[in-house]
Design a protein around this ligand. Structure first.
Ligand code: CMC
Length: 388
């Protein structure tokens, strides 16, 4: 029984709780619509680049040619990793999960900033750009090192997406692959007050530094109900292995109350617009790379799941095809969530900068259901469990 006398409503999962006003992102989960700063995700995917989209999210407007050039130059200048950070990455065990590596390395990045704390907006933006630029370098450096290869020095004059693929393999990527990667980064860059963005906002509200904020986001994104779902969705497709086995997999999974990864969303109660875009690219990539069986299996799982989930608001989300796209780009499965983080850093930092313009410490409540006033028990008399 609670000690609080007045009626209390618990918003478990914080469903439909608004924590701030924002001008960054609007999702209409009933109408399959997503806008960054007022621009539809379809328009951005068709015409923008990740760099331009990140500028849009962080500053609030589409950059002029000069502003975009300056932004790209700042990203390029910030890409190389400090020697100490590279040494640290080389020390991590090869078996480390890349999300743990990223979380640790972004945290360590703060140690190489002589002034990580700031209350100046422009400096916060500079730190956001620094983190955004370094994350691909961190992910690729670790992947190279664990495969007993040297990290690749970033080249200038490449897009953020192409640079990532280049630093991963040491080869300049195929332009179509780089374009698909670019679109995937745009699609993942922002998504309103999701779990990791909320975690960043909570950390920001304490006036912690941008490195702590991003580390909170990475830690929160790691779980399979959020960023980790793309890896799980691909594993499902690989395990099912063939379109003919999709129906029995789905029937069995739903009968055992298992979740179909890459399906369902707290906000979308219809098609996730990002899924619709990525599925198109997944189909094209499959044809180009001779991986039609993989794509067909994913489509068969989707078709079967929708048939059995008909009448429910559980539709495929962005993760149902993002993992397949990354896989066909030759990227190892455990790098998918770090790539999500690499892109979402734009949204995390944009929300942090916005929230701090009108900060209020986030401090909700928990309804206490325990006892009070228990007599202190001497150690020899304790039962070793909760006292009745
Ligand atoms: N497969 C089968 N059943 C599902 C699924 C699914 N993927 N998702 C939800 N349900 C069922 C769930 O079992 C529950 O049924 P019942 O009421 O009979 O117990 C009902 O739908 C409501 O589930 P919920 O967990 O209360 O709904 P939610 O709004 O909290 O779910 C979710 C959101 C993303 C956690 C959930 O859909 C899920 O676990 N999906 C699989 C993981 C996934 O794909 N995550 C990526 C989300 S998109 C990327 C991102 O934005 O992070």
């Amino acid at each position: 029984m609670s000690l609080i006398k007045e009626p209390v409503v618990i918003h478990k999962g914080l469903d439909n709780v608004y924590v701030k006003e924002s001008r960054i992102c609007f999702i209409d989960g009933e109408a399959s619509k997503l806008f960054y700063r007022g621009y539809s995700i379809e328009e951005l995917a068709a015409h923008s680049t990740f760099e331009e989209t990140a500028f849009l999210l962080i500053y609030g407007w589409l950059p002029t040619a000069v502003q975009l050039k300056q932004f790209i130059s700042k990203l390029s200048a910030n890409r190389p990793l400090e020697d100490g950070l590279l040494r640290l990455i080389r020390e991590f065990p090869d078996r480390s999960d890349p999300m743990d590596v990223l979380r640790t390395a972004v945290s360590a990045l703060g140690l190489y900033d002589s002034q990580p704390m700031t209350d100046e907006n422009q400096l916060r933006i500079d730190k956001a750009i620094r983190i955004l630029a370094k994350i691909p370098s961190i992910i690729t450096a670790f992947d190279r090192v664990r495969n007993h290869k040297d990290p690749v020095t970033p080249k200038e004059q490449m897009t953020h997406a192409a640079e990532f693929l280049y630093m991963l393999t040491g080869n300049e990527p195929d332009p179509y692959d780089a374009h698909v990667m670019d679109v995937a980064l745009i699609l993942h860059a922002e998504h309103e007050m999701n779990a990791s963005t909320f975690a960043c906002t909570v950390t920001a509200s304490t006036l912690a530094d941008m490195y702590s904020v991003t580390t909170s986001g990475i830690g929160t994104l790691r779980g399979p109900l959020h960023g980790g779902a793309n890896e799980a969705a691909l594993r499902t497709v690989l395990d099912v292995g063939d379109p003919s086995k999709a129906e029995s997999y789905v029937v069995d999974a739903l009968a055992h109350k298992k979740r179909i990864m890459g399906f369902g969303h707290r906000v979308y109660k219809t098609w996730d617009p990002r899924y619709l875009i990525l599925k198109g690219f997944a189909g094209e990539l499959a044809a180009r790379k001779g991986q039609s069986a993989l794509f067909d299996t994913a489509v068969a799982i989707e078709t079967s799941a929708r048939k059995h989930l008909e009448g429910t608001p559980i539709f495929p989300n962005v993760d149902s095809y993002s993992g397949i796209v990354f896989h066909m780009l030759g990227i190892q499965t455990d790098l998918f969530t770090p790539i999500f983080a690499m892109s979402r850093t734009a949204g995390w930092t944009a929300h942090t900068i916005e929230y701090l313009e009108n900060n209020r410490l986030i401090r909700p409540k928990a309804l206490y259901m325990g006892k009070v006033g228990l007599p202190y028990i001497p150690i020899e008399s304790r039962t070793g469990k909760v006292e009745e």
